[in-house]
Design a protein around this ligand. Structure first.
Ligand SMILES: [Zn+2]
Length: 274
């Protein structure tokens, strides 16, 4: 237990100091980290690797991306608690579930094994979906050119939710595959389950785009005459809701993306036990 607390604490502190996380974001990441490491070293290793890759990718071409997305996206590079839980909440819940299931005596060894694999696949699917979505956003912004809006069927400003580019789409697919393979390499899931997890992750990332295109809260700054995700725009003006569902902000959409990744991965394991 003390090792889990120490490792999660050091990483959360480092992420806060290097401005990858805000203070409450670091606390949330610490809680997710402790749960993961209690669930097993493979869980902890996968979480740490996932976070390191995400932090690295967000730093590639940071200035170019910031300039292209200025005033459009809701939040900066520093992630707060709500963002951490939108990405890692389902994963943390699965870690908790694994710890609870381990305490149940009534199951046979086969049932325990199947549930363990199913829950680990769900956890991996959730995090890989969030990762695939991050890869799509980061690479799409950097090299994807002007993205295409599914809903409006026209080109829209970089950073618009639900807009796709070829580079972003390929990055999502690559992200799902790489992260699922990484989880299998770290013994978080069996290699036989990795393809299903990769597919689930990509499906989760596309759900994010669909929700982002049609139902995510859309806002307009009358002062700057531009679309944005920010409730209060960078210029200080309070933005107006012009479409979508108010409660469905970027974090809520991200959470649903991880939920779809988790549900599809678990469903595959439980419907195809081996
Ligand atoms: Zn403005």
């Amino acid at each position: 237990m003390s090792t889990a607390v120490a490792v999660a604490g050091i990483i959360a502190l480092g992420a806060w100091r290097s401005k990858s996380l805000t203070q409450n974001g670091a606390f949330a990441a610490f809680a997710v980290g402790v749960l993961a490491m209690r669930a097993g070293w493979a869980w902890g290793a996968f979480l740490v690797a996932w976070f390191a890759i995400a932090a690295l990718i967000s730093r590639v071409g940071r200035r170019v991306k910031a300039a292209r997305m200025f005033g459009v996206v809701a939040k900066g590079a520093e992630r707060d608690a709500r963002q951490v839980l939108a990405n890692g909440g389902v994963f943390a819940f699965c870690a908790m579930l694994t710890l609870i299931v381990a305490q149940i005596d009534g199951f046979s060894i086969e049932t325990h094994r199947l549930v363990d694999i199913g829950v680990a696949a769900a956890a991996t699917g959730a995090l890989a979906a969030a990762g695939a979505d991050t890869w799509a956003t980061e690479f799409g912004t950097l090299i994807g050119g002007t993205p295409w809006s599914l809903r409006e069927r026209r080109r829209v400003p970089v950073g618009t939710s639900g807009a796709l580019s070829v580079a972003g789409t390929l990055a999502a697919i690559a992200g799902g595959i790489v992260l699922a393979a990484l989880a299998a390499t770290l013994h978080m899931i069996p290699f036989t389950v990795a393809p299903a997890v990769a597919l689930s992750a990509v499906a989760g990332a596309f759900t994010d785009s669909l929700l982002g295109a049609w139902w995510q809260d859309r806002r307009w700054c009358p002062h700057c005459v531009m679309h944005t995700e920010q409730v209060q725009h960078v210029c200080g003006t309070r933005t107006e809701c012009t479409g979508g569902i108010g409660v469905l902000d970027n974090d809520a959409v991200n959470f649903l993306c991880t939920l779809v990744g988790a549900a599809l991965a678990a469903a595959t394991v439980f419907t195809h036990p081996r």
